[in-house]
Ligand binder design. Sequence first.
Ligand code: ATP
Length: 258
Amino acid sequence: MTSVPPKIVLTDVHKSFGPKVVLDGINLSVARGESVVVIGGSGTGKSVMLKCILGLLRPEHGSIRIDGEEVVGIRARERDQVMRKFGMLFQGGALFDSLKVWENVAFGLIQGQRMARAKARDIAFDKLAQVGLSAASGNLFPSELSGGMQKRVALARAIATNPEIIFFDEPTTGLDPIMADVINSLIVKCVKDMGATALSITHDMASARKIADRIAMLYKGQLIWVGPAKDIESSGNPFVDQFIHGREQGPIQMELRA
Ligand SMILES: Nc1ncnc2c1ncn2[C@@H]1O[C@H](COP(=O)(O)OP(=O)(O)OP(=O)(O)O)[C@@H](O)[C@H]1O
């Protein structure tokens, strides 16, 4: 019997910029259908980790496997195939101002998959409905929507191609706590409905608790704690404790002042 490999596996991933070591031996395995959230302070390397998985940065050392397939150093054409499995919700939404809302959602279908415009438009309106946006808002431009509605559009775009893996980069940044909770609930619903695997990065602990099956904390280039989201309050790790309670005092203090 052949066992199914985890969806994403990082093994001993190292990434530096000149003398600055950002990732110093990252090990993480994300199972199919699992939602893992990486937390950590500003500048700890969360985005660098995500960019390594997306192939936007190349680690100097280590392995990244998607569905058991090594992706570090693969050729552009193979990388394109892997990228088809991914959906991405960027920090700040990153919508195209010059395109209508539905065109933003359909972008990956039309440009990436060469789907006929009419078919892509139907899918875009379906996805907008899934995230609670009316057909009327599909015909507006992003600048005509509130921040919360723009996040919904970004979520609709991230799920438009029914990706197997979705990356969420600070999905609740800039939202009030209630709208953030609405977006978190939508993320959980969309990910579970699609059976997708999710990997998110955030500083927002309310978001992490809500969307994560497991949480991993990045500190000084390493994942210093990985465990079920429900266990984070009792991690017994003083770094984790300080971070999740937002305390000024604690072992991370020296780093903040460095
Ligand atoms: N292309 C690059 N060249 C040089 N240094 C970089 C590059 N990208 C990131 N860094 C450095 O790597 C470190 C980690 O950055 P990263 O953006 O991953 O942090 P982060 O944890 O995502 O922070 P935040 O939560 O503030 O977004 C920072 O010190 C940053 O300056």
